[in-house]
Design a protein. Structure first.
Length: 751
């Protein structure tokens, strides 16, 4: 059987207005043969689709969306058909309709019931209006409203009709039905004078407020997606390639790995690269949240999109295009913003039945008013009010709006959430487990001393140790290599290197079996360690070395607590979290670090399986556990934890695993990430309560619930204004997260 090839594509979708639309597009795509996954982003109006190109080519996906009553285009290629965005010009149309509605309201005054002082004031201000024959006013309003209805409301009615053809309903259905009923009833009253009141002003004002709400929504959505847009704009389109001392400005696509690229002061680096010549300072704040300029010289790593401040530097291009850290961050942010949070399932379930329920309530309202009052005018007005006040948009935007803004704000601060589910899980933790090396400590131990155990001289020990550790990424390996380089030691290439996570490694150097690691590793290989060796000092990590299964030396290295480590732990305690440290180092080396950081629960000498087991044990106690780590040793615990937080630098972005990635390897970012997640969850809940409460209260008011006791009715155009305000208020509340700042206990993460 031939293997299935899966590709993915992101398609712009036009015509979605609410959560019901989002659900219909997703169902249309998922029911298409060859589609394995489909996720629709209501905020960004796009669909992310995984598909088998042999069964469902992109053109078939576009056709499926169009058959569902919406429109889409291919992101690239000549086969893509241009699609007009129906939301374009909504603001201009909105103001025209609102002004026309106000004029229609004035013109309809002589046709309605006596309104006392208002009528008398208008008669004094516009006496000519009351001298115009009523039938002439009615026909003027009919013609004017019909023209404006076609001009401004056509996309709404077309979308509603498409939905009807495909047996689906959405917000356009409610608005079209409400305005259509009001218009045709008014036209009937115009053609047959004396048949009833006219509601042309309500028709125009309803559409005006709807379009105004859509324009404000579009503006708010653009602001919510601003962080992603700013990341996209950071990538230059050209680069200065240097060949034999001659520089040429070429399109970025022509740069290849290994090319020399010149970057002048004030320019952004076009690729991930290593500095060859020159010294400068760079600003990586948009990538890592680090606002302090960072010095870079020969051998220094620079990232695409970062700003070169004050020196011309020549760099060797390494990662290009989609492989750059900037591209990976942009892709992660885009995927996270388009993801679904578990809380959104409530809105999805509600949106599935929302419009049919509103249609049923509108029918009940109409029948009840006809029976109670025998007034077609009152029944019509209240029915239209029920149809237009219902707002599925607010419910559909409640969670994704907050998620989109929060993910973008987190990216600006160097905190990458890998989706809505990750953010929600992070906000609900009550225990946090911290690795030591590279998480709370600097992660770059310094080798303090070498202690031979036999006749092998120190330079030879260092040479063999450096050869074995050269391909290891462990912090102790870096300590040995740095020490060897400073001593001017040269070493051969090792063979048969085997990394044993949490214990050490084995290798073959100059024909000898070399082993470096902790006591657990030596116990595994039944190599006895000498008993007369002085225990390491507090805060010192010891690395043992054996050649041909004979202990020959041990190396003592010391790591230091990061300057903001104690403050970060204090922030976690202040948040009500139980804080533990799990480390593979000995208790003697980890104890002082834990004391300095303010951690009282320490478990040392744990291998990866031990860390994983401890996380599971905490979960069995009923705790929701977050694990913070930075290495391969922590991968199992990160995956097991309710929320995994990976510490890392931008250069290692692709290798990080976890639900949250901290681009800056600083513990101060941990409480900042937790605080942002909790703030986002609060905004999500506020949005959902507002959206649900608005509809629960608004629909009965529109139906006339206050009329029996207070004789208060909600005019249809006021209901439309309230509907527009509902969606805008949800987006505005979400936009507060753009100004979010970490608390004082975590503020060092973003300085």
């Amino acid at each position: 059987m031939a293997a299935t090839t899966t590709e993915s594509v992101t398609l712009p979708v036009v015509g979605m207005t609410c959560a019901a639309c989002q659900r219909h597009v997703e169902e249309a795509l998922r029911s298409t043969e060859g589609v394995s996954e489909a996720r629709v982003d209501l905020m960004a109006h796009r669909a992310h689709v995984a598909f088998d190109p042999k069964v469902a080519p992109p053109e078939k996906l576009v056709a499926a969306i169009r058959q569902a009553g919406y429109d889409a285009v291919l992101p690239r290629g000549e086969s893509a058909e241009p699609v007009r965005d129906h939301d374009a010009g909504s603001a201009r149309k909105a103001w025209v309709m609102l002004v026309a509605g106000a004029v229609a309201m004035i013109l309809a005054m002589p046709l309605g019931q006596d309104m006392g002082a208002i009528d008398q004031a208008l008669m004094r201000a516009l006496p000519w209006l009351y001298s115009v024959p009523p039938q002439a006013l009615r026909w003027t309003l009919l013609v004017g409203t019909a023209v404006l209805l076609v001009w401004a409301g056509r996309p709404i009615f077309v979308n509603a009709w498409r939905g009807l053809l495909h047996r689906s309903t959405n917000m356009n259905t409610l608005v079209s039905l409400g305005t259509g009923v009001a218009f045709f009833y008014s036209a009937y009253a115009t053609i047959l004078p004396g048949s009833g009141q006219v509601y042309y002003d309500a028709v125009l004002l309803i559409l005006g407020f709807l379009l105004l709400g859509k324009a404000l929504e579009a503006r708010a959505k653009k602001r919510a997606l601003a962080a992603l847009d700013s990341l996209s704009r950071m990538k230059p389109v050209t680069a200065r390639r240097v060949i034999d001392g001659v520089q040429t400005v070429v399109p970025l696509d022509e740069i290849r790995p290994g090319d020399s690229v010149l970057v002048l002061p004030g320019e952004r680096f076009p690729v991930d690269a290593t500095v060859l010549e020159g010294r400068t300072t760079v600003d990586e704040s948009m990538l890592t949240g680090e606002s302090t300029p960072l010095e870079r010289g020969p051998g220094g790593r620079v990232l695409a999109g970062s700003l070169n401040y004050d020196g011309a530097v020549t760099c060797r291009a390494e990662s290009l295009g989609e492989a750059t850290v900037l591209a990976q961050i942009t892709r992660m942010v885009e995927q996270a913003q388009g993801s679904r949070a578990p809380m959104e399932r409530l809105a999805d379930r509600a949106s599935a039945i929302f419009v049919p329920v509103v249609l049923a309530l509108a029918a009940i309202t109409c029948i009840a008013w006809l029976i109670a009052t025998h007034s077609v005018a009152l029944a019509l007005a209240n029915t239209v009010a029920v149809l237009v006040i219902a707002c599925p948009c607010a419910m559909g935007l409640a969670v994704p709006a907050a998620l989109t803004v929060a993910v973008g704000r987190g990216a600006q601060l160097g905190v990458l959430f890998k989706g809505g589910e990750a953010l929600e899980r992070l906000s609900n933790l009550n225990a946090i487990v911290l690795d030591k090396t590279g998480t709370l400590t600097v992660g770059r131990p310094v080798l303090e001393s070498i202690h031979p155990l036999g006749s092998m001289p120190e330079p030879e020990l260092l040479r063999m140790a450096a050869a074995a550790e050269e391909r290891s990424n462990h912090p102790l390996a870096h300590a040995i290599l740095d020490y060897a380089r400073e001593a001017g030691v040269r070493w051969p290439a090792a063979e048969d290197i085997q990394i044993l996570p949490g214990r050490g490694l084995t290798a073959r150097v100059d024909g000898h079996d070399c082993m470096l690691g902790n006591e657990a590793l030596f116990g595994e290989f039944f190599v006895r360690l000498p008993k007369d060796v002085t225990p390491p000092e507090a805060g010192v990590t010891r690395l043992w070395m054996a050649v041909d299964n004979v202990p020959v030396a041990y190396f003592d290295a010391r790591d230091a607590l990061r300057p903001e480590g104690a403050q970060a732990v204090a922030g976690l305690h202040h948040s009500g979290l139980r804080v533990l440290m799990l480390t593979g180092d000995s208790a003697a080396s980890a104890g002082p670090i834990a004391n300095q950081a303010g951690i009282t629960e320490l478990e040392a000498a744990l291998d990866p399986a031990g860390k994983l087991a401890r996380v599971r044990a905490l979960q069995q106690e009923g705790l929701r556990v977050g694990m913070v780590g930075d290495g391969i040793n922590d991968a199992g615990a990160l995956a097991q934890a309710d929320a995994g937080i990976a510490m890392g630098s931008g250069a290692d972005l692709a290798q990080e695993a976890g639900d949250v990635l901290l681009l800056r390897a600083t513990p101060a970012a941990i409480p900042a990430a937790l605080d942002l997640a909790r703030s986002t969850l609060r905004v999500m809940r506020q949005n959902l309560w507002w959206a649900v409460g608005y509809n629960v209260l608004g629909i009965p008011l529109a139906a006339g619930a206050l009329y029996p006791a207070f004789h208060v009715l909600l005019s249809p155009w006021i209901a439309a204004a309230a509907m527009a305000f509902s969606s805008v208020s949800v987006l505005t509340n979400s936009l507060r997260l753009r100004r979010w700042q970490p608390t004082a206990l975590a503020s060092t993460a973003t300085r």
